[in-house]
Each structure stands twice: as C-alpha cells, then as structure tokens.
Ligand binder design. Sequence first.
Ligand SMILES: NC(=O)c1ccc[n+]([C@@H]2O[C@H](COP(=O)([O-])OP(=O)(O)OC[C@H]3O[C@@H](n4cnc5c(N)ncnc54)[C@H](OP(=O)(O)O)[C@@H]3O)[C@@H](O)[C@H]2O)c1
Length: 164
Amino acid sequence: MQAIVAVDKNWGIGYENNLLFNVPEDMRFFKEKTTGKLVVMGRKTFLSLPGQKPLPNRKNIVLSRDKNFSPQGVLVLSSVEDLFEYLQAYKSDDIFIIGGQSIYETMLPYCSRIYVTHFESESPSDKFFPPLNCHSEWERTFTSEKVHSKGLTFTFNTYEKVQD
Ligand SMILES: NC(=O)c1ccc[n+]([C@@H]2O[C@H](COP(=O)([O-])OP(=O)(O)OC[C@H]3O[C@@H](n4cnc5c(N)ncnc54)[C@H](OP(=O)(O)O)[C@@H]3O)[C@@H](O)[C@H]2O)c1
C-alpha cells in the first residue's frame, strides 16, 4: 500500500485539526493519485474534510473505535485487524493511507511507497509525519522541480522502501 502526505520543513502535517497548507497544485496532485482508489483515514482527518463528506470517486474507509460513529458514504472500521481483513480484496497499489498522524504511524510499516509534498517553509504544527530522512529503510527516489504557488515553494517527492 501507499501513503500520501504534505509536510512542512519539520515534517509537520497539521495544526488544530487542519492542514498546514492549501495550494491548488498539491490538491490536484492528491486528487490525481487517489481518484478511483481506496483511501484510509482516521476519524479526526475525516472530520476535517470539507463538509465532513467522503472524498468523491474514492472508496472511503475511516478508522474509529467509536461504535456510534457512522457517517454516510464511508465504511467505518474499528481496528487495524478489521482493516487488513477488508483490504485483502484490494491490490496494494490501489490502497492509499491519507492520514492523520496516528494512522500514518500505525500503517507506515505496511507501506511500500510514500508520496511526500515537501513545503520549504515552517508552519506551527501539532501533528507530524515520521521523518523519513531519519529512517534508513526509506529512500527518496524522485524529486520534482520546485513549484511556487501562493507565496509557498514546494516539491513533489516519492519515497520507496529499500528492498532487504
Ligand atoms: N498534511 C497532510 O497531508 C495531512 C493528511 C491528513 C491529515 N492531516 C492532519 O492530521 C491531523 C489529524 O491527525 P490525528 O493523528 O490527530 O488524527 P487521525 O489519525 O486523523 O484520527 C485519529 C482517530 O482515528 C481513530 N483511530 C486511530 N487509530 C485507530 C485504530 N488502530 N483503530 C481504530 N481507530 C483508530 C481514532 O478515532 P476514535 O477516537 O473515534 O476512536 C482516533 O482518535 C489534522 O491536523 C489533519 O489536518 C494532514
């Protein structure tokens, strides 16, 4: 499976249950990569989506231990065990882990590729992605040209798990 994330200079991903950055190029990249796929997110990330609605044209899976949490249009699963059982029917390349911090941390060991949008700036953050540059099992295999938008500079990157 794969993960997709946007981080600041310090691997920050969110603040007060919101994203740090909102630039059209990154939103477009996220949409292109995940459309038609299955996306897995935690309850807090789901609640941060516009209108608290599922992402269109994607199978939305939300992890929550709250048995009363059952928004329309998403499949709520209450454990990683249930998630893996459900994912058996899907190809690894069709599964995207889309956050937030707790879900990235839990699912990172099962990912083989991660798309990281690196913003060059620092932004106040209270949620983070594991710093892949400190993990020897992850290798950065692609970096795009720098993109400038809305006063921000960023690159699109691919990290792949190093084969044993
Ligand atoms: N920069 C990015 O690319 C990006 C992407 C996504 C999110 N974010 C940001 O990340 C932040 C949210 O991250 P977060 O860590 O606070 O929340 P989260 O991971 O989105 O959701 C946490 C919730 O998921 C459920 N959960 C977690 N592990 C579970 C498990 N093993 N089994 C069942 N349920 C489980 C729990 O829900 P219950 O409490 O209901 O049990 C938990 O409270 C926000 O600021 C958001 O904007 C950033």
